[in-house]
Design a protein around this ligand. Structure first.
Ligand code: GLN
Length: 490
């Protein structure tokens, strides 16, 4: 039995039947990391003792016949923007080098109390700003399907770790697509719940009105099981919603779940994308229809303004959130300076990378007096229009299906010098973030590749969106799509 390819259900059964121990499972993943991560570079840091201690605890519970947590023994990876008590948390930024948090993010704490074993912290774009991990202050993660290509971002390390079987599941954060887009580029499942569905306590803030924590897994069912543990009200996060969490896992049925589901297909999401991706998504939609779903062609007319709107709001919020890195409270401080102001300046100049600086400047600009009304306030109004597009669409449809990314994994270095090109990679994901609705990306076949040009087939991702708090429907459709063969070859 290959211990690094198991689903969460298979782990539960295997542990109960004593086919393997939790410690063996963790060690198998540590072995995989040792073998593969020098090429993939998904992890920024490892926590071998923390993982093994937790695994031994699970093994003792099994030996004593105690009831196990729902994620007992499951090896997981955590994006390095989530605080982990006693384990360095850097947001892939030099400014947080050496910062060791005194507490755990709620999501991490919930996973560990359910029995999950934290293998380590994963690489990402600095402060989750980017779409490729190339903005990491440390190194770039490589796509396990093609090592000369990006894994997507910003949660590229978490996606790559799961894709390369170096973790069963992982956590990422999604502000404008940072879970869904790397999931698509790495060929795994990645999900963002409704804004407020999952606690943000202990998630280092980038753009607070857009930030979400969410899971990656290799199957829709694994993702449902991790979301189940994380979702629900947290008194430590005042924006977390007090809405009951249904049993997502029990709700997963078969292909029958697709009968009568109205699938909205927005025309704005099928223009100007890589034609192979468009063709795969069309085939994916046909498969849903073959299993009883009904296709409804719709329009989300304000989509064109989404990128501009998102990059005004997220930079505005980032400029405010990142003011706290002053060389006094966290991490790095410039070694030499003249006075306090000079210390701030040198610390921030040396600690932040180019993209973070660009966003702080843009955000400060759109919030400044005289420009606030023209940019920030205007963007807030557009955000409302984008949200309304969705609310109106969901009067006629149950889910909306789109490509996750307009392009497959691009080559390392191909877009770094052109921030606008990089921003355009988010074109299909930012709208759901602005509206606060839940979204999932599932694998939907691959591109053909081109052996003559040494291009391997690359994963394609299909995005499914639903109305606020209808995560259950998303997971049902994703699972039904998976078991009808959609992931491999729609
Ligand atoms: N790529 C987008 C950005 O750079 C989204 C990032 C994210 O979701 N954290 O802002």
């Amino acid at each position: 039995m290959e211990l690094t390819q198991l689903t969460i259900d298979a782990i539960r059964e295997g542990l109960a039947a004593r086919k393997f121990s939790a410690e063996e499972l963790v060690r198998a993943h540590q072995g995989a990391i040792e073998r593969k991560d020098k090429d993939v570079r998904a992890y920024l840091s490892l926590s071998p003792e923390r993982a093994l201690e937790q695994a031994r605890k699970v093994d003792r519970q099994i030996a004593a016949g105690e009831k196990l947590g729902p994620l007992a023994g499951v090896p997981v990876a955590i994006k390095d923007v989530l605080l982990t008590r006693g384990l360095a948390t850097t947001c892939a930024s030099k400014i947080l080098k050496g910062y060791v948090p005194p507490y755990d993010a709620t999501t991490v704490a919930r996973l560990e109390s359910a029995g999950a074993c934290v293998l380590g912290k994963t690489n990402c774009d600095e402060f989750a700003m980017g779409s490729s991990t190339e903005n990491s202050g440390y190194f770039t993660t490589h796509n396990p399907h093609a090592l000369d290509r990006v894994p997507g971002g910003s949660s590229g390390g978490s996606a790559a770790a799961v894709a390369a079987n170096m973790a069963v599941a992982s956590l990422g954060s999604d502000t404008g697509g940072s879970i869904r887009q790397p999931a698509a580029l790495c060929g795994v499942v990645g999900m963002m719940g409704t804004y407020g569905r999952v606690s943000r306590y202990g998630l280092v803030a980038f753009a607070s009105s857009l930030d979400h924590v969410g899971p990656f897994g290799r199957t829709a069912r694994d993702v449902a099981q991790v979301l189940q543990i994380m979702a629900g009200r947290d008194p430590l996060d005042s924006t977390s919603a007090d809405v009951p969490v249904p049993d997502y896992v029990a709700a997963l049925g078969g292909e029958n779940d697709l009968k009568g589901v109205r699938v909205g297909v927005p025309k704005e999401y099928f223009a100007g994308l890589n034609p192979e991706i468009g063709a795969n998504i069309e085939k994916g939609i046909d498969l849903l229809v073959k299993n009883g779903a009904r296709r409804v062609d719709i329009s989300l007319p304000h989509t064109d303004y989404a990128i501009a709107c998102y990059y005004i709001i997220c930079t505005a919020e980032a400029s405010s959130n990142l003011a706290r890195y002053d060389g006094v409270r966290y991490g790095y401080r410039a070694p030499q300076y003249e006075d306090l102001r000079d210390m701030y300046r040198k610390t921030r100049d040396g600690g932040f990378g180019a993209e973070v600086k660009r966003r702080i400047m843009l955000g400060t600009y759109v919030l400044s007096s005289g420009y606030y009304d023209a940019y920030y306030l205007k963007a807030q109004k557009v955000r409302t229009l984008i949200t309304r597009d969705y609310l109106e669409a969901f009067e006629d449809v149950d889910v909306i299906v789109t490509p996750t990314s307009p392009i497959p994994a691009f080559k390392l270095g191909e877009r770094v010098d052109d921030p606008l090109q990089m921003y355009l990679a988010d074109i299909y994901t930012v709208t759901a973030s602005l509206a606060g609705i839940p979204g999932i990306s599932v694998p939907c076949g691959r591109t053909k590749g081109n052996p003559a040009r040494n291009e391997p087939p690359l994963p394609v991702g299909m995005q499914i969106l639903a109305k606020h708090f209808d995560e259950m429907r998303l997971l049902q459709v994703a699972h039904a799509f998976e078991i009808s063969g959609g992931f491999d070859n729609p």
